[in-house]
Design a protein around this ligand. Structure first.
Ligand code: BGC
Length: 471
């Protein structure tokens, strides 16, 4: 048996998001958000029309969550703030004190347990009142978000030192405003995702500057954004077309947000040229991809104090020839799964641990060798799940081996790993049918009991020893 030690002070965490676990959707003055509206509309857009009204009940059962965190021995816990629980109409015009109290209790209790909070300001749950004015497709949201961020730093920043402004701008922009699959369900192909991404980049950058200008000196925290990406390889490594398609795949997915933030404040050249060329051919006078002014570029550049990476899977890439305005036809690439790769619980999640190592090395080389936290990675079980999930633990273990290789052999500065997720929870369109938890939640019992999977028991051993025991 080899002993595989992680670096000293490696952050061991698990992650959750407010709408996916809290429930209490209309409790104690919380305002409505887009998921409340979307799930209540029915129409089978969510598995069996399930909702997050109750979810894991963490709004009342948060102490049960703390027991799980304690059992795992985590050093860090990533959770998100429900914007409309704090500011019911999204603006600082009215502050819901009960919402503030809730997060204060949670943060204080974590600190008492010596667990460092990593707090996400926005994880897919826009206040409905802001959505009604255009949500992320409206420029006005940039300022509203900046004020929300300011409010959160001033309310919790004496104790929270690690912040994520926005979770996965790619996933949210594409699945919500391009495809209309996620709330608010308003897809406008080839247009909506770019508008949303544009405003998210500006909102993130402003929120970073707000911290830097008004809070950093006193609070001494760090602010970043969580970017998700697949790793991608050309299907045929000898095909020039596949290689170019693969580059476009990573560009449209990862560089879309990482290049402006980590390199130069602007979109990748290939996105600008492709989208502008296609827009012209469609008879438009301006590109469907909005442009940044020079001032905006300087404002966006350099607005992350570390790199947060959410990694789940890998794709083999081939060119895509599709007509009509859409993100996919702009990208001109299609990612496919290798049938050899095992699948974990849900169709899109092919298990490819080595893809994470390659992606980490790529980020190191491409985006200036930043400190990297893997802020989400995980494997699902379909329903009904098994508690003795040895296969799933195998995937975690293989992944952690790759993280170690990235650190030790490739010199990547990986500073922490957060398993998605602490608990089985509301998995967006899949409702409760997909289980990502380290802890099983029995959604059929009113007290929503949490029980550790085998993976949780094993993860706790890794955390405790700060090392992985491999065969
Ligand atoms: C999201 C989570 C989600 C997970 C698994 C990520 O894209 O941040 O909210 O539950 O993937 O699908």
């Amino acid at each position: 048996m080899d002993s595989l030690q992680f670096p000293e002070s490696f952050a061991w965490g698990a992650a959750t998001a407010a709408y996916q676990i809290e429930g209490g959707w209309d409790t104690d003055g919380k305002g409505r958000n887009i998921w409340d509206t979307f799930t209540h509309q029915g129409g089978d857009r969510v598995f069996k029309n399930q909702t997050g009204d109750v979810a894991c009940g963490s709004y009342t059962l948060w102490e049960e969550d703390l027991k799980c965190i304690k059992q795992l021995g985590l050093t860090h816990y990533r959770f998100s703030l429900s914007w409309s629980r704090l500011l019911p109409d999204g603006t600082t015009g009215f502050i819901n004190q009960k919402g503030v109290d809730y997060y204060n209790k949670l943060i204080d209790a974590l600190l008492t347990m010596n667990v460092t909070p990593l707090v996400t300001l926005y994880h897919f749950d826009m206040p409905q009142a802001i959505e009604d004015q255009g949500g992320w497709t409206s420029e006005k949201t940039v300022e509203v978000f900046e004020k929300y961020a300011h409010f959160c730093y001033s309310t919790f920043g004496d104790r929270v030192k690690l912040w994520i402004t926005i979770n996965e701008p790619y996933v949210f922009s594409k699945l919500s405003y391009e495809q209309g699959l996620l709330a608010p369900g308003k897809g406008e192909p080839g247009v909506g995702a770019y508008q949303s991404g544009h405003n998210m980049l500006k909102a993130h950058a402003k929120a970073w500057h707000t911290y830097n200008t008004f809070f950093k000196e006193k609070q001494k925290g760090l602010v970043s954004i969580a970017l998700d990406s697949d790793w991608a390889e050309p299907l045929d490594p000898n095909s020039v077309d596949d290689k170019e398609a693969c580059e476009r795949y990573l560009t449209f997915r990862l560089h879309w947000f990482a290049k402006p933030i980590f390199i130069d404040g602007d979109y990748p050249a290939v996105m600008k040229s492709e989208i502008s060329r296609k827009s012209k051919a469609e008879g438009l006078t301006t590109s469907r991809l909005p442009e940044f002014t020079d001032d905006e570029k300087s404002m966006i550049k350099g607005t992350a104090d570390f790199f947060c990476l959410n990694y789940y899977t890998t794709r083999k890439v081939i060119p895509l020839k599709q007509r009509g305005p859409s993100y996919d036809s702009d990208m001109g690439a299609e990612g496919i799964k290798d049938p050899e790769w095992p699948e974990s619980g849900v169709e899109w999640l092919a298990v490819v641990p080595w893809g994470l190592r390659k992606l980490l090395a790529y980020i190191k080389d491409t985006f200036g060798d930043p400190n990297i936290y893997i802020t989400e990675n995980g494997f699902a079980q379909s329903d009904p799940p098994i508690l003795q999930d040895t296969h799933r633990w195998g995937y975690f273990q293989e992944t952690l081996v790759e993280v170690l290789k990235a650190i030790n052999q490739d010199g990547v500065k990986v500073k922490g790993y957060f398993a998605w997720s602490l608990l089985d929870n509301f998995e967006w369109n899949s409702g409760y049918s997909i289980r990502f938890g380290l802890f099983h939640v029995d959604f059929n019992q009113p007290n929503l009991p949490r029980t550790p999977y085998f993976s949780a028991i094993q993860y706790a051993k890794v955390v405790k020893g700060n090392e992985l025991i491999s065969k």
